[in-house]
Write a protein that binds this ligand. Structure first.
Ligand code: GLU
Length: 312
């Protein structure tokens, strides 16, 4: 593996909007500007929300913009055995426990007195969730058996021990977070994003994870998992988000948020994305992302959210 090998890992739950396309472009530039490999991974573990048609449209949009990758894309839904192995290894290390709490019970329970994590919601691949207050961590073995015997559904959580993890983010600087006991296998049996992303980044030899900064708060959890599984820990660069003209996170309602909505040809969208990434001299149209490689300098990337959207 090279430290510069990168990836883009979309969830096929809708069309890619400009913010995701921009993250894909940055991740591609980070890898390609330094001779790294670039991979595409389809994070389709959630059977309810993932659709093949979105996978196809996401790949088509990335291709139209001129992004490329070195190996055929992999789908997480076809890699269950890797996540099972990781769960078995955590189980052997005594790090897992079943959690019977419902979402409502977790919301109602008081937050543990942890700092950064407990102070707010934690971003995850599937939205945001509160720090887990530890309710099921101390159930007796008999209590666990009786609940499992009664057919109560349960998730598996990792025993994090309230550890505080620090890391250096290429764009955000030094970051820290206290890790709660987070879910690694959902109650419906689906491996959690946090587990799968760590297993896959290591299995695919990703040296640097470049992604949207809504996932920066999840990174301490992922680093902890990497350590527990004795996997190499990648470098991280979290890219500021794209907001709509009203300052809210870019969404459908802002209009022209996806490639299909935009009336302009793809090179004009590429130029728009390049401008928002600080390529001040990008022309009104950029034919291929390769044109941006020579001028790409991570130190010049914006550190603040960018406003995009509106009529295309
Ligand atoms: N699949 C995640 C998402 O689309 C991204 C995961 C990652 O880049 O680590 O939000």
């Amino acid at each position: 593996m090279s430290a510069h090998d990168g990836r883009f890992a979309p969830s096929p739950t809708g069309p890619l909007h400009l913010g995701s396309l921009r993250t894909a472009l940055v991740a591609w530039l980070f890898a390609r500007a330094r001779g790294g490999r670039f991979l595409l991974r389809i994070e389709d573990l959630d059977p309810q929300r993932s659709r093949r048609e979105f996978e196809r449209s996401q790949i088509a949009d990335l291709t139209v913009l001129g992004l490329d990758w070195d190996e055929p894309p992999v789908r997480q839904s076809e890699r269950g055995h890797l996540y099972e192995q990781a769960l078995a290894s955590l189980e052997r290390a005594g790090r897992l426990y079943p959690c019977f709490c419902t979402r409502a019970e977790i919301r109602e329970a008081a937050s543990a007195p942890h700092d950064e994590v407990a102070a707010g919601a934690i971003a995850s691949g599937a939205g945001t969730e509160r720090a887990y207050p530890g309710t099921c961590a101390h159930l007796s073995a008999a209590e666990r058996r009786s609940r499992i015997g009664a057919g109560r559904p349960f998730a598996l959580r990792v025993r994090a021990g309230g550890v505080r993890i620090e890391f250096d983010d290429r764009l955000l600087g030094r970051r820290a977070g206290v890790v709660d006991d987070f879910v690694v296998r959902r109650a419906d049996g689906v491996p959690a994003y946090q587990l799968a992303v760590v297993v896959d980044d290591a299995a695919q030899d990703v040296g640097e994870v470049v992604r949207g900064n809504d996932l920066a708060a999840s990174t301490p959890r992922q680093i902890l998992l990497g350590r527990l599984l004795e996997l190499p820990i990648p470098a991280y660069a979290h890219v500021p988000l794209v907001l709509g003209p009203d300052g809210a996170r870019l969404a459908k309602r802002h209009g022209a948020a996806t490639l299909a909505d935009r009336r302009e040809p793809p090179p004009a969208t590429l130029a728009l994305l390049a401008h928002s990434l600080g390529f001040a001299r990008a022309r009104a149209s950029v034919e291929t992302p390769g044109e941006l490689l020579a001028a790409f300098d991570p130190d010049l990337l914006p550190r603040e959210p960018s406003i995009l959207g509106g009529p295309g």
